[in-house]
Design a protein around this ligand. Sequence first.
Ligand SMILES: *Cc1c(COP(=O)(O)O)cnc(C)c1O
Length: 425
Amino acid sequence: MKTIPHAEPVPSEAATEVLAMLQSGDLFRYTADADSPVTRLEKEFARIMDVPFALAVNSCSSAIFLSLKALGLGSGESVLVPAFTFAAVPSSIVHAGCKPVLVDTGSDLRLDMDDFRRKLTSGIRAVVLSHMRGHTSDMDAIMEACQDRDVPIVEDAAHSLGTTWSGRKVGTLGRVGCFSFQSYKLINAGEGGMLIASDPDLVARAIIMSGAYEHNWEKHAIVNARFVEWQNKLPLFGLRMSNLGAAVALSQLPDVPRRARNGRENHDYLATKLTASGLFQVPKPLPQEVRAPDSIQFLLNGLDNAEDAAVFQQLAEKKGVNVQIFGHSRDNARAFWNWKFLEEQKGLSQTREVLMRTCDVRLPVHLQKAELDRIGGALVEVAQAVVPAKRSMCWQGSANGVYGDRVEAMNDSTTGQQSSGLAGL
Ligand SMILES: *Cc1c(COP(=O)(O)O)cnc(C)c1O
């Protein structure tokens, strides 16, 4: 049996429900009069996110696409999007008939606010904001800038379930929030996505366009009044979720807080270890942010050329740690220069440079301390072998927006603070 290394087993309640569905054949969300698994998932997701409306779809990509369509875009409008994101995101923008305009990403893997402000011109009709690898960009500044210009924000919160910003749930800060239940995300339904919003008219349009044909929208009782106006006026894109995926996702919702906490503790524990070695810089959370990571990103000081990077990656691999360097691995879907379906992107030299140096290691939320120690130990050992000593020393004190420098990190470990101590940094 092949298991996904970083997924937890799906809770057994899902098996009972799926088996019953296989026997009844009731797999389509709109067959039952009420309370199909998809409907229950929507209700429960909206409840835990404290939003009035949630629409389940077949992927986060579909949720982003539908968000733009429901905002009334699709005639070549320009949409800002971080240059560091997954290829599916600019793809969804293109799919919606819009034009992605890429914004530089800083070394903390968040939107570069200077470039954002420069590019937020009168021609921009929406922002699709990917919080890549769960790093939340400066939402206070972004929301203020967008409010001033009345530009809607679609949050791509695919990696942000369980993350908060000043106590508010990430994904609820923009006009629309989009989530993924693809297997590498906090909830693993194989595939699946969710669109959340509080504007009933926008949600009504999204529901119809997701494929609620004829009067199936009547099964979304919560926004009934809005639909009559849109009946037969919108295309049906067939992006619905099936009851099978919904039952699998539903069984995992109660685990979200625990998974988020485990992920954060694991990340921060390893971040402390790496930082204390003096060889790595780990982007630290913004003060408003409590994160829910399932991976760790770091810059290895001195790893600034292709040869060093390749050697580091290979040696780590030999020690059983899979390291991805976004800009190096062939055809990486997170490197914007590989998005050949867009016109050639000029500038963005900062993002390019960051992606050539940023390492990425997945951290399954169920990892135990011993395993984290092994990963951390291997990374430090390999870094010591690869990075010339002189370079490893020269960044100290110059780092901005990263976990504390070597001295601070050592202080942390002497106070006995491990995981939770870093979350507030
Ligand atoms: C996974 C991911 C997506 C795409 O999600 P799908 O459900 O596979 O469409 C979009 N954005 C980010 C940041 C992701 O990590």
